[in-house]
Design a protein around this ligand. Structure first.
Ligand code: PLP
Length: 408
Protein backbone atom coordinates (compact mmCIF):
# COMPACT_ATOMS: atom_id res chain seq x y z
CA UNK A 1 0.00 0.00 0.00
CA UNK A 2 1.53 3.31 -1.16
CA UNK A 3 1.36 5.73 1.76
CA UNK A 4 2.63 9.13 0.75
CA UNK A 5 2.46 10.54 4.30
CA UNK A 6 4.66 7.73 5.57
CA UNK A 7 7.07 8.25 2.68
CA UNK A 8 7.33 11.95 3.54
CA UNK A 9 8.64 11.06 7.02
CA UNK A 10 11.76 9.67 5.33
CA UNK A 11 12.61 13.08 3.84
CA UNK A 12 13.54 15.48 6.67
CA UNK A 13 13.89 18.42 4.29
CA UNK A 14 10.16 18.28 3.48
CA UNK A 15 9.49 19.43 7.07
CA UNK A 16 11.41 22.67 6.70
CA UNK A 17 9.93 26.10 6.25
CA UNK A 18 10.74 28.80 3.77
CA UNK A 19 10.33 31.89 5.93
CA UNK A 20 6.93 31.42 7.55
CA UNK A 21 5.67 29.04 4.86
CA UNK A 22 5.76 25.27 4.57
CA UNK A 23 8.14 24.13 1.84
CA UNK A 24 6.34 22.79 -1.25
CA UNK A 25 9.13 21.30 -3.35
CA UNK A 26 8.08 21.02 -6.99
CA UNK A 27 11.47 21.17 -8.72
CA UNK A 28 12.13 17.45 -8.81
CA UNK A 29 13.01 17.33 -12.50
CA UNK A 30 16.05 19.47 -11.60
CA UNK A 31 17.01 17.35 -8.60
CA UNK A 32 15.13 15.19 -6.15
CA UNK A 33 15.31 15.25 -2.37
CA UNK A 34 17.12 12.41 -0.55
CA UNK A 35 15.61 9.98 1.95
CA UNK A 36 17.32 9.51 5.32
CA UNK A 37 18.56 6.10 4.22
CA UNK A 38 20.66 7.60 1.43
CA UNK A 39 22.15 10.24 3.74
CA UNK A 40 22.91 7.53 6.30
CA UNK A 41 24.59 5.36 3.66
CA UNK A 42 26.98 8.25 2.92
CA UNK A 43 27.68 8.85 6.62
CA UNK A 44 28.15 5.15 7.32
CA UNK A 45 30.60 4.83 4.45
CA UNK A 46 32.72 7.73 5.71
CA UNK A 47 32.47 6.75 9.40
CA UNK A 48 33.03 3.01 9.01
CA UNK A 49 34.45 1.94 5.66
CA UNK A 50 36.19 4.84 3.91
CA UNK A 51 39.08 3.70 1.71
CA UNK A 52 39.98 3.80 -1.94
CA UNK A 53 38.50 0.95 -3.95
CA UNK A 54 39.79 -1.83 -6.22
CA UNK A 55 43.49 -1.56 -5.34
CA UNK A 56 43.78 -2.02 -1.55
CA UNK A 57 43.97 -5.42 0.14
CA UNK A 58 43.21 -4.20 3.65
CA UNK A 59 39.85 -4.65 5.34
CA UNK A 60 38.47 -1.17 4.72
CA UNK A 61 39.43 -1.27 1.03
CA UNK A 62 37.71 -4.62 0.66
CA UNK A 63 34.55 -3.36 2.39
CA UNK A 64 34.44 -0.16 0.33
CA UNK A 65 35.01 -2.12 -2.90
CA UNK A 66 32.28 -4.63 -2.02
CA UNK A 67 29.79 -1.81 -1.30
CA UNK A 68 30.69 0.05 -4.52
CA UNK A 69 30.45 -3.09 -6.67
CA UNK A 70 27.27 -4.10 -4.85
CA UNK A 71 25.79 -0.76 -5.83
CA UNK A 72 26.73 -1.39 -9.46
CA UNK A 73 24.83 -4.69 -9.34
CA UNK A 74 21.76 -3.08 -7.77
CA UNK A 75 21.59 -0.38 -10.44
CA UNK A 76 22.10 -2.88 -13.26
CA UNK A 77 19.25 -4.98 -11.85
CA UNK A 78 17.07 -1.88 -11.43
CA UNK A 79 17.51 -1.16 -15.16
CA UNK A 80 16.81 -4.76 -16.18
CA UNK A 81 20.38 -5.16 -17.49
CA UNK A 82 21.39 -8.78 -17.89
CA UNK A 83 24.89 -8.22 -16.49
CA UNK A 84 26.47 -5.52 -14.33
CA UNK A 85 29.69 -5.35 -16.42
CA UNK A 86 27.83 -3.00 -18.78
CA UNK A 87 27.07 -0.53 -15.97
CA UNK A 88 29.60 2.31 -15.78
CA UNK A 89 29.56 4.90 -13.02
CA UNK A 90 29.77 8.48 -14.28
CA UNK A 91 28.95 11.90 -12.81
CA UNK A 92 25.52 11.84 -14.43
CA UNK A 93 23.62 11.82 -17.69
CA UNK A 94 25.72 14.62 -19.18
CA UNK A 95 28.98 12.78 -18.60
CA UNK A 96 27.47 9.49 -19.79
CA UNK A 97 26.45 10.97 -23.13
CA UNK A 98 29.82 12.71 -23.50
CA UNK A 99 31.45 9.34 -22.84
CA UNK A 100 29.58 7.78 -25.76
CA UNK A 101 30.17 10.81 -27.99
CA UNK A 102 33.92 10.55 -27.36
CA UNK A 103 34.61 6.86 -26.93
CA UNK A 104 32.15 5.58 -29.53
CA UNK A 105 31.46 8.67 -31.66
CA UNK A 106 35.02 9.79 -32.38
CA UNK A 107 35.96 6.21 -33.29
CA UNK A 108 32.96 5.31 -35.45
CA UNK A 109 31.51 8.45 -37.03
CA UNK A 110 32.73 9.56 -40.46
CA UNK A 111 31.83 12.18 -43.01
CA UNK A 112 28.46 11.31 -44.54
CA UNK A 113 27.25 9.53 -41.39
CA UNK A 114 24.21 10.84 -39.52
CA UNK A 115 23.19 11.02 -35.87
CA UNK A 116 19.43 11.34 -35.39
CA UNK A 117 18.20 13.35 -32.39
CA UNK A 118 14.90 15.15 -31.70
CA UNK A 119 13.92 18.80 -31.43
CA UNK A 120 13.18 18.27 -27.73
CA UNK A 121 16.64 17.19 -26.56
CA UNK A 122 18.19 18.56 -23.40
CA UNK A 123 21.45 20.37 -24.24
CA UNK A 124 23.33 17.42 -22.76
CA UNK A 125 22.06 15.19 -25.58
CA UNK A 126 22.71 17.82 -28.23
CA UNK A 127 25.96 19.70 -27.57
CA UNK A 128 28.13 16.53 -27.24
CA UNK A 129 26.85 15.46 -30.67
CA UNK A 130 27.47 18.90 -32.16
CA UNK A 131 31.08 18.59 -30.97
CA UNK A 132 31.40 15.03 -32.29
CA UNK A 133 29.89 16.10 -35.63
CA UNK A 134 32.34 18.98 -35.86
CA UNK A 135 35.27 16.61 -35.24
CA UNK A 136 34.15 13.79 -37.53
CA UNK A 137 32.20 15.46 -40.35
CA UNK A 138 29.03 13.55 -39.40
CA UNK A 139 25.69 15.37 -39.67
CA UNK A 140 22.92 15.79 -37.11
CA UNK A 141 19.29 15.22 -38.08
CA UNK A 142 16.29 16.09 -35.92
CA UNK A 143 12.94 14.37 -35.57
CA UNK A 144 10.38 17.21 -35.28
CA UNK A 145 7.86 17.64 -32.49
CA UNK A 146 4.18 17.74 -33.41
CA UNK A 147 1.99 20.49 -31.99
CA UNK A 148 0.71 18.16 -29.26
CA UNK A 149 4.27 17.67 -27.96
CA UNK A 150 4.73 14.12 -29.27
CA UNK A 151 7.34 13.03 -31.80
CA UNK A 152 6.55 13.06 -35.50
CA UNK A 153 7.08 9.33 -35.98
CA UNK A 154 6.35 9.46 -39.72
CA UNK A 155 9.25 11.84 -40.08
CA UNK A 156 11.36 9.62 -37.80
CA UNK A 157 10.75 6.69 -40.17
CA UNK A 158 11.85 8.87 -43.07
CA UNK A 159 14.94 10.27 -41.32
CA UNK A 160 16.34 7.02 -39.95
CA UNK A 161 18.01 5.28 -42.86
CA UNK A 162 21.22 3.85 -44.30
CA UNK A 163 23.29 6.90 -43.32
CA UNK A 164 22.16 6.79 -39.69
CA UNK A 165 24.82 5.52 -37.29
CA UNK A 166 23.12 6.46 -34.02
CA UNK A 167 19.67 7.47 -32.82
CA UNK A 168 19.88 9.31 -29.50
CA UNK A 169 16.71 10.53 -27.78
CA UNK A 170 15.23 11.46 -24.44
CA UNK A 171 13.04 8.74 -22.97
CA UNK A 172 10.89 11.38 -21.24
CA UNK A 173 10.92 15.13 -21.82
CA UNK A 174 11.94 17.45 -18.98
CA UNK A 175 9.69 20.15 -20.50
CA UNK A 176 6.79 18.47 -22.28
CA UNK A 177 6.36 15.38 -20.04
CA UNK A 178 6.11 13.35 -23.25
CA UNK A 179 7.17 9.70 -23.02
CA UNK A 180 8.81 8.82 -26.33
CA UNK A 181 8.24 5.49 -28.12
CA UNK A 182 11.87 4.44 -27.69
CA UNK A 183 11.13 0.75 -28.38
CA UNK A 184 9.92 1.70 -31.88
CA UNK A 185 12.83 4.10 -32.42
CA UNK A 186 15.26 1.34 -31.38
CA UNK A 187 13.67 -0.98 -33.96
CA UNK A 188 14.03 1.68 -36.65
CA UNK A 189 17.64 2.30 -35.61
CA UNK A 190 18.54 -1.38 -35.65
CA UNK A 191 16.78 -2.00 -38.99
CA UNK A 192 19.01 0.74 -40.38
CA UNK A 193 22.11 -0.84 -38.80
CA UNK A 194 22.43 2.01 -36.28
CA UNK A 195 22.75 2.05 -32.48
CA UNK A 196 20.22 3.49 -30.04
CA UNK A 197 21.03 5.69 -27.04
CA UNK A 198 18.35 6.61 -24.51
CA UNK A 199 18.70 9.67 -22.27
CA UNK A 200 16.95 8.30 -19.20
CA UNK A 201 17.48 11.33 -16.92
CA UNK A 202 13.70 11.88 -16.67
CA UNK A 203 12.57 8.26 -16.96
CA UNK A 204 14.72 6.14 -14.62
CA UNK A 205 13.51 8.10 -11.54
CA UNK A 206 9.85 7.86 -12.52
CA UNK A 207 9.01 4.85 -14.71
CA UNK A 208 9.85 1.16 -14.56
CA UNK A 209 12.81 0.81 -16.95
CA UNK A 210 13.98 -2.36 -18.67
CA UNK A 211 16.84 -1.79 -21.08
CA UNK A 212 16.27 -5.19 -22.68
CA UNK A 213 12.60 -4.45 -23.35
CA UNK A 214 13.45 -0.97 -24.65
CA UNK A 215 15.92 -2.58 -27.02
CA UNK A 216 18.47 0.21 -26.57
CA UNK A 217 22.26 -0.08 -26.77
CA UNK A 218 23.06 2.70 -24.29
CA UNK A 219 21.02 4.09 -21.40
CA UNK A 220 22.17 7.16 -19.45
CA UNK A 221 20.89 8.42 -16.09
CA UNK A 222 21.60 10.76 -13.16
CA UNK A 223 21.60 9.59 -9.55
CA UNK A 224 20.63 12.94 -8.06
CA UNK A 225 17.27 12.95 -9.87
CA UNK A 226 16.35 9.53 -8.42
CA UNK A 227 16.91 10.10 -4.67
CA UNK A 228 20.68 9.58 -4.89
CA UNK A 229 23.54 11.96 -4.11
CA UNK A 230 24.87 14.51 -6.58
CA UNK A 231 28.06 13.65 -8.46
CA UNK A 232 27.05 10.17 -9.55
CA UNK A 233 25.12 8.68 -12.44
CA UNK A 234 25.49 5.86 -14.87
CA UNK A 235 25.83 4.70 -18.41
CA UNK A 236 24.61 1.23 -19.25
CA UNK A 237 25.89 -0.13 -22.54
CA UNK A 238 25.80 -3.46 -24.32
CA UNK A 239 29.03 -5.15 -23.20
CA UNK A 240 30.04 -6.17 -26.73
CA UNK A 241 29.79 -2.52 -27.87
CA UNK A 242 31.60 -1.17 -24.79
CA UNK A 243 34.38 -3.71 -25.35
CA UNK A 244 35.02 -2.29 -28.82
CA UNK A 245 34.99 1.34 -27.74
CA UNK A 246 38.03 3.48 -27.03
CA UNK A 247 38.56 4.60 -23.42
CA UNK A 248 37.06 7.96 -22.45
CA UNK A 249 39.43 9.28 -19.76
CA UNK A 250 42.94 7.92 -19.25
CA UNK A 251 44.58 7.34 -15.86
CA UNK A 252 44.66 4.95 -12.95
CA UNK A 253 42.55 1.79 -12.80
CA UNK A 254 41.35 1.91 -16.42
CA UNK A 255 44.56 0.19 -17.62
CA UNK A 256 45.87 -3.34 -17.72
CA UNK A 257 49.52 -2.56 -18.55
CA UNK A 258 51.29 0.75 -18.96
CA UNK A 259 54.59 1.16 -20.83
CA UNK A 260 56.35 4.40 -21.54
CA UNK A 261 55.10 4.46 -25.10
CA UNK A 262 51.74 2.67 -24.91
CA UNK A 263 49.14 1.12 -22.63
CA UNK A 264 46.52 -1.61 -22.75
CA UNK A 265 43.05 -1.37 -21.22
CA UNK A 266 41.31 -2.98 -18.29
CA UNK A 267 38.10 -4.97 -18.83
CA UNK A 268 34.76 -3.17 -18.86
CA UNK A 269 33.36 -1.49 -16.85
CA UNK A 270 36.72 -0.48 -15.30
CA UNK A 271 38.10 0.61 -18.69
CA UNK A 272 35.73 3.60 -18.38
CA UNK A 273 36.30 4.41 -14.70
CA UNK A 274 39.61 6.27 -14.64
CA UNK A 275 40.99 7.60 -11.36
CA UNK A 276 39.26 7.67 -7.99
CA UNK A 277 35.54 7.55 -8.55
CA UNK A 278 32.76 9.12 -6.47
CA UNK A 279 32.77 6.10 -4.17
CA UNK A 280 30.48 7.28 -1.38
CA UNK A 281 28.03 8.74 -3.88
CA UNK A 282 27.87 5.49 -5.86
CA UNK A 283 27.15 3.62 -2.62
CA UNK A 284 24.50 6.24 -1.77
CA UNK A 285 22.89 5.67 -5.16
CA UNK A 286 22.71 1.96 -4.35
CA UNK A 287 20.73 2.87 -1.20
CA UNK A 288 18.44 5.08 -3.32
CA UNK A 289 17.76 2.20 -5.69
CA UNK A 290 16.97 -0.07 -2.71
CA UNK A 291 14.45 2.53 -1.57
CA UNK A 292 12.84 2.78 -5.03
CA UNK A 293 12.76 -1.01 -5.36
CA UNK A 294 10.99 -1.34 -2.02
CA UNK A 295 8.34 1.19 -3.04
CA UNK A 296 8.03 -0.49 -6.44
CA UNK A 297 8.48 1.55 -9.61
CA UNK A 298 4.97 0.61 -10.82
CA UNK A 299 3.59 2.24 -7.65
CA UNK A 300 5.81 5.30 -8.03
CA UNK A 301 4.65 5.67 -11.63
CA UNK A 302 0.99 5.32 -10.67
CA UNK A 303 1.28 7.91 -7.89
CA UNK A 304 2.97 10.42 -10.19
CA UNK A 305 0.63 9.70 -13.08
CA UNK A 306 -2.38 10.54 -10.90
CA UNK A 307 -0.72 13.61 -9.43
CA UNK A 308 0.41 14.84 -12.85
CA UNK A 309 -3.11 14.38 -14.29
CA UNK A 310 -4.63 16.18 -11.33
CA UNK A 311 -2.17 19.09 -11.68
CA UNK A 312 -2.73 19.30 -15.44
CA UNK A 313 -6.52 19.41 -14.99
CA UNK A 314 -6.47 21.94 -12.13
CA UNK A 315 -3.96 24.23 -13.83
CA UNK A 316 -5.89 24.10 -17.11
CA UNK A 317 -8.82 25.74 -15.29
CA UNK A 318 -6.82 28.95 -14.78
CA UNK A 319 -7.90 31.56 -17.28
CA UNK A 320 -5.45 32.19 -20.11
CA UNK A 321 -2.89 29.59 -18.99
CA UNK A 322 -0.95 27.70 -21.69
CA UNK A 323 0.06 24.13 -20.85
CA UNK A 324 2.74 22.39 -22.90
CA UNK A 325 3.00 18.78 -23.97
CA UNK A 326 0.47 16.03 -24.69
CA UNK A 327 -2.76 15.74 -22.73
CA UNK A 328 -2.22 12.05 -22.01
CA UNK A 329 0.58 9.55 -21.35
CA UNK A 330 2.61 12.10 -19.49
CA UNK A 331 5.18 11.92 -16.73
CA UNK A 332 4.52 13.86 -13.54
CA UNK A 333 5.53 17.35 -14.52
CA UNK A 334 3.67 20.29 -16.03
CA UNK A 335 5.22 23.19 -17.97
CA UNK A 336 3.05 26.25 -18.39
CA UNK A 337 2.98 29.97 -19.02
CA UNK A 338 0.60 32.77 -18.17
CA UNK A 339 -0.15 35.76 -20.34
CA UNK A 340 1.51 38.96 -19.07
CA UNK A 341 3.63 37.13 -16.48
CA UNK A 342 7.27 36.30 -17.02
CA UNK A 343 7.99 32.77 -15.71
CA UNK A 344 10.85 34.15 -13.56
CA UNK A 345 8.49 36.62 -11.88
CA UNK A 346 6.02 33.83 -11.35
CA UNK A 347 8.54 31.52 -9.69
CA UNK A 348 9.73 34.38 -7.49
CA UNK A 349 6.19 35.09 -6.34
CA UNK A 350 5.61 31.38 -5.70
CA UNK A 351 8.84 31.24 -3.71
CA UNK A 352 7.36 33.81 -1.34
CA UNK A 353 4.65 31.23 -0.63
CA UNK A 354 7.28 28.51 -0.04
CA UNK A 355 6.61 26.85 -3.41
CA UNK A 356 9.72 25.86 -5.38
CA UNK A 357 9.17 25.57 -9.13
CA UNK A 358 11.57 26.09 -12.03
CA UNK A 359 11.41 28.73 -14.71
CA UNK A 360 13.61 29.25 -17.74
CA UNK A 361 14.56 27.36 -20.88
CA UNK A 362 15.21 24.13 -18.94
CA UNK A 363 18.40 23.53 -20.97
CA UNK A 364 16.21 23.07 -24.06
CA UNK A 365 16.70 26.28 -26.05
CA UNK A 366 15.87 24.71 -29.46
CA UNK A 367 12.63 23.32 -28.01
CA UNK A 368 11.74 26.74 -26.58
CA UNK A 369 12.18 28.19 -30.08
CA UNK A 370 9.94 25.45 -31.47
CA UNK A 371 7.30 26.33 -28.85
CA UNK A 372 7.71 30.02 -29.66
CA UNK A 373 8.59 31.06 -26.11
CA UNK A 374 11.77 32.19 -24.34
CA UNK A 375 10.94 30.33 -21.16
CA UNK A 376 8.24 28.41 -19.33
CA UNK A 377 7.38 27.73 -15.71
CA UNK A 378 7.60 24.07 -14.67
CA UNK A 379 6.23 22.19 -11.68
CA UNK A 380 7.67 18.70 -11.41
CA UNK A 381 6.40 16.10 -8.97
CA UNK A 382 7.94 13.10 -7.31
CA UNK A 383 7.00 10.16 -5.17
CA UNK A 384 6.56 12.28 -2.00
CA UNK A 385 4.36 15.07 -3.42
CA UNK A 386 0.67 15.31 -2.54
CA UNK A 387 -2.62 16.63 -3.94
CA UNK A 388 -2.56 19.31 -1.24
CA UNK A 389 0.72 20.55 -2.69
CA UNK A 390 -0.85 20.68 -6.15
CA UNK A 391 -3.72 22.69 -4.62
CA UNK A 392 -1.17 25.07 -3.06
CA UNK A 393 0.48 25.49 -6.46
CA UNK A 394 -2.82 26.13 -8.25
CA UNK A 395 -3.91 28.64 -5.59
CA UNK A 396 -0.63 30.55 -5.80
CA UNK A 397 -0.59 30.58 -9.63
CA UNK A 398 -4.21 31.83 -9.64
CA UNK A 399 -3.35 34.64 -7.22
CA UNK A 400 -0.29 35.59 -9.31
CA UNK A 401 -2.46 35.63 -12.44
CA UNK A 402 -4.93 38.00 -10.76
CA UNK A 403 -2.14 40.18 -9.36
CA UNK A 404 -0.30 40.61 -12.69
CA UNK A 405 -3.58 40.77 -14.63
CA UNK A 406 -4.43 43.95 -12.70
CA UNK A 407 -1.43 45.69 -14.35
CA UNK A 408 -1.96 44.29 -17.84
N1 PLP B 1 18.71 14.96 -19.91
C1 PLP B 1 17.54 15.38 -19.42
C2 PLP B 1 16.28 15.04 -20.13
C3 PLP B 1 17.52 16.15 -18.26
O1 PLP B 1 16.35 16.59 -17.78
C4 PLP B 1 18.74 16.48 -17.62
C5 PLP B 1 18.78 17.33 -16.42
O2 PLP B 1 17.92 18.14 -16.18
C6 PLP B 1 19.93 15.99 -18.17
C7 PLP B 1 19.88 15.24 -19.32
C8 PLP B 1 21.27 16.30 -17.56
O3 PLP B 1 21.41 15.69 -16.33
P1 PLP B 1 22.70 15.97 -15.42
O4 PLP B 1 22.79 17.46 -15.25
O5 PLP B 1 22.39 15.24 -14.15
O6 PLP B 1 23.87 15.40 -16.14
Amino acid sequence: MYNVQEIRHDFSILKRRVGEKKLVYLDNAATSQKPRRVIEALTEHYEQHNANIQRGVHRLAEEATAAYEGSREKIARFLGAPDSCGLIFTRGTTESINLVAHAWGRKNLREGDEVVLTEAEHHSNLVPWQLAARDTGAKLRFVPILDDGTLDMEEAERLIGPRTKLVSVIHASNVLATINPVERLAELAHDAGALMLVDGAQSAPHLPVDVEALGCDFFAGSGHKMLGPTGVGFLWGRPEILDEMDPFLGGGEMIREVHLDHSTWNDIPHKFEAGTMNIAQAIGLGAAVDYLDELGMENVREHERRLGEYAYRRLSEIEGIVLYGPEEDRTGLVSFSLPDVHPHDLSQILDEEGIAIRSGHHCCQPLMRRLGVAATARASFYLYNTEEEVDALVGAVTRAREFFGAFA
